[in-house]
Design a protein around this ligand. Structure first.
Ligand code: NAP
Length: 240
């Protein structure tokens, strides 16, 4: 039986590349999304991967979705916490809503989703959890106190859960992408983006597939000695 992998935010951008890479390696993949039905439908048609619409910031919705995925595909072996949003603005202009939604979607989701799969992983003595952090969680970023706080929180969450899971063959790792060419980065003003690319030693934005490659490495059955680590995939922009 193929191992079952859930990818949050798995129908667009980095998540889409992760879903496809996992499917191509033989995993049974369930991709989640929040609201972009048309993109999800296109993804379904293109890849044959089932897409599940639910809000990862809502614990009850995550519980219901994991129950449905388990009944459709089997118990979850691999969880990739990839869904994320930005609501940029300097702190003195940031609304409480912008703060809270970024915290809930980027880090609250890691609790919600991991909590819903961890008991089954412990019982079956196998689990691979990969949390997608960010270079801006490692280094901070002007206009992103909410996002940087959530993403750096992911790195602490990862190390703590890695310690809890180690004896049950559950590994928990993070990937901190640099700037990757997706809708999220296309929303950055072109003049700002130009300056960012100038600071990337490799001389280009990342591709979603560059991040998917890291996920495949971390979730492999024989990657059981790699846990609590953060893999920086950023073209050399920040060495940490
Ligand atoms: P993206 O293109 O904006 O895609 C985001 C995905 O997350 C979409 O599938 C979206 O669903 C889903 N999503 C958002 N909120 C959700 C919610 N509440 N519940 C369920 N799904 C939700 O983003 P991306 O650039 O691929 O980024 C993926 C991850 O990498 C994020 O965690 C991001 O912070 C991180 N990251 C990205 C970069 C970068 O340069 N792109 C750099 C560092 C880290 P819909 O399709 O329904 O909207």
């Amino acid at each position: 039986m193929a191992r079952v992998a859930v990818v949050t935010g798995g129908t667009r951008g980095i998540g889409k590349a992760i879903s496809i890479a996992l499917k191509n390696k033989g995993y049974a993949v369930a991709a989640n999304y929040a609201s972009s039905d048309a993109a999800a439908e296109e993804f379904r048609k293109e890849t044959g991967i089932p897409a599940y619409k639910f809000d990862v910031s809502d614990f009850k919705a995550c519980q219901a979705a994991i129950a449905k995925i388990t009944s459709d595909l089997g118990p979850v072996d691999i969880l990739v916490n990839n869904a994320g949003i930005t609501r940029d603005g300097t702190l003195h202009r940031m609304s409480a809503e912008s703060w809270q939604s970024v915290i809930d979607t980027n880090i609250g989701s890691c609790f919600n989703m991991s909590r819903c799969v961890i008991e089954s992983m412990r019982e079956r003595k196998f689990g691979r959890i990969v949390n997608i952090g960010s270079i801006n969680g490692q280094a901070g970023q002007y206009g992103q106190v909410n996002y940087a706080a959530a993403k750096s929180g992911i790195h602490g969450f990862t190390k703590a859960l890695a310690q809890e899971g180690a004896a049950q063959n559950i590994t928990v790792n993070a990937i901190a992408p640099g700037y990757v060419d997706t809708d999220m980065v296309r929303a950055v003003p072109p003049n700002v983006l130009e300056k960012i690319v100038a600071r990337i030693p490799v001389g280009r934005l990342g591709k979603a597939e560059d991040i998917a490659r890291g996920v495949l490495f971390l979730v492999a059955d024989d990657a059981d000695f790699i846990t609590g680590s953060t893999m920086s995939i950023n073209g050399g922009q920040h060495m940490y």
